[in-house]
Design a protein around this ligand. Structure first.
Ligand code: ADP
Ligand code: MG
Length: 416
């Protein structure tokens, strides 16, 4: 078949095939459902804390934390929407603002989002952060509002930029005449508190709310609510939903992961022309998501990490399944030579190996070597074919995957 007929065939099958999805958008991460099962407690508590601003009083600052996919963003947006409606109904001078700090990326952009919400213009770039902050303060002073900024994924900003902005924000009320500000900070990283100056931490966490991971039963309820909206009646089997919930619960109770599994399983099933989404489709979805995750992770690695990974790949291809840092380093230096890069020190390469271990591309464990002491044994954590696939999109790396290092013969003949 030539390509046009292939596509004709694909489209025809797509259009004539019984669709399983009624509305696939419902499974997207940013969809906010009307109901958030198993978060009633957090919603109520958050509501109680912010309620005073409907009566014109400042509310406490709030610090919210929990792992990814535990519903923090969804709950926050839900509460902000309801609060906004109520404030409008009552004519209360409440202004809220939601900023995702990871997406905003810099203090400048976070601040300019806050400014825009209160009607202060800030150029796209060009001012000093302090200058933007002054405009922000001026803007608040020229009004009489209760301002409630929500800084989501605040850990990302603080880790890269420090906590100066948070410090200034938690102090701003001291210099305001009429307006009042309360801050809500949300973090995916449970250890985030360690990054904060104790003064910032104590003012930010006037109230704290923890979002615990969901268990499998809770994830099932959440998924079924979404599945009923996303798929036609009877097009998802109960076993499929339960498996998505179980797999996500086994990881860390991440609802986002569970929704991804269900969506991809639906796509797999639909493409196959299956009658309904079944467990087998979920299993295949799991593989596909893992595959995509690895591709993405490899592609985003810095050059030297790619070469380290490639060195372990070449060793594995030559039959060395457990490599030691010294061997990896030798090959890595050769690869650097091939690419015209100056090699890093062995110590630095050893820490790159650890980073690759953390993201799950390599597997490094410390083994005892009898009288030779302890050494690290390193192997691939994913199938070689996946790494080859990920490297294939980069011409230079593709060539390295078929490169034959000169030191390889010695290493694999067991010199050590
Ligand atoms: P977090 O911000 O904690 O990483 P999110 O709020 O983004 O997590 O939630 C991830 C996904 O799971 C979103 O699509 C969200 O709608 C959904 N979700 C999380 N908790 C619930 C819940 N209790 N009920 C329904 N959907 C939920
Ligand atoms: Mg979030």
């Amino acid at each position: 078949m030539d390509e046009t007929t292939v596509l004709d065939d694909v489209f025809k099958r797509f259009l004539s095939g019984a669709s399983l999805f009624w509305d696939r958008e419902v499974l997207r991460h940013d969809y906010i459902p009307d109901k958030l099962p198993h978060r009633e407690g957090q919603i109520r508590y958050l509501g109680e804390i912010v309620a005073p601003i409907l009566r014109g009083a400042r509310c406490s600052n709030i610090f919210i934390y929990g792992k990814t996919g535990t519903g923090k963003t969804a709950v926050m947006k839900y509460v902000l929407a309801k609060l906004g409606d109520k404030a409008e109904e009552l004519g209360a001078p409440v202004t809220t603002c939601y900023v995702n700090c990871r997406l905003a990326g810099t203090e400048y952009r976070v601040l300019s989002s806050l400014c825009n919400t209160i009607g202060v213009d800030v150029p796209f770039t060009g001012l000093a952060v302090g200058e933007v902050f002054d405009r922000f303060r001026l803007g608040l002073n020229s009004n009489k509002i209760l301002f409630l900024p929500v800084l989501d994924e605040i850990d990302c900003l603080v880790k890269t930029r420090g906590d100066v902005l948070l410090y200034d924000l938690t102090r701003i009320n001291e210099t305001l005449r009429s307006s009042r500000t309360s801050i809500i900070g949300i973090s995916n990283d449970l250890r985030f508190k360690e990054f904060l100056d104790p003064r910032v931490l104590s003012s930010l966490s006037e109230e704290e709310i923890v979002f615990r991971p969901y268990d499998a039963a809770e994830l099932r309820d959440i998924l079924w609510d979404r599945a009923r909206l996303a798929f036609y009646d009877g097009k998802v089997l109960d076993g499929a939903v339960s498996l998505c919930a179980a797999l996500a619960a086994a990881e860390h109770g991440d609802a986002r992961r569970a929704l991804d599994l269900l969506r991809v399983a639906g796509e797999v099933a639909e493409r196959e022309g299956a009658e309904a989404v079944a467990e087998d489709h979920v299993r295949r979805a799991e593989k596909r998501i893992e595959h995509d995750r690895i591709m993405e992770a490899v592609r985003n690695l810095p050059s030297h990490s790619k070469l380290v990974l490639c060195s372990v790949y070449l060793l594995s291809k030559a039959g060395v399944n457990f490599a030691i840092t010294g061997d990896i380093y030798e090959i890595y230096c050769e690869l650097c030579g091939e690419c015209g890069l100056v090699p890093l020190t062995q110590r630095r390469v050893s820490s790159l190996v650890n980073e690759l271990d953390v993201i799950g591309l390599l597997n490094a464990r410390v083994a005892s070597m009898g009288r030779y002491g302890r050494t690290k044994k390193i192997r691939m954590a994913v199938a070689r074919s996946l790494i080859r696939g990920a490297f294939a999109t980069d011409d230079r790396l593709r060539r390295l995957t078929i490169y034959a290092p000169k030191c390889l013969a010695e290493i694999s003949s067991g010199r050590r």
